[in-house]
Design a protein around this ligand. Structure first.
Ligand code: MG
Length: 87
């Protein structure tokens, strides 16, 4: 499963639960919060599973932002990779 498929799967689940994201500022705040939880997991030497869950939470929020903004994360990332390669 690729990134876009993961995003679509997540959004289908959120739609089913009637909780599709609407406010991008709210999503960004959640994204920052989740990044903080990743840092906390490292600082507190939490279990690998807890750390992985926090990393997944970051992707969850990033997917929401990408969905609201109509961004294909794979395309954007590949473009960035190519740009960095050419530097
Ligand atoms: Mg979390």
């Amino acid at each position: 499963m690729n990134l876009e498929e993961l995003k679509e799967k997540q959004m289908a689940q959120m739609k089913k639960k009637d909780c599709l994201p609407k406010d991008q500022i709210e999503v960004v705040l959640h994204l920052v919060e989740e990044v903080g939880e990743v840092a906390e997991a490292i600082r507190e030497n939490q279990s690998k599973e807890d750390f992985e869950n926090e990393v997944a939470d970051v992707l969850w929020q990033l997917n929401k932002l990408a969905w609201i903004r109509g961004i294909n994360l794979e395309e954007v990332f590949l473009r960035k990779l190519k740009k960095n390669e050419e530097r």
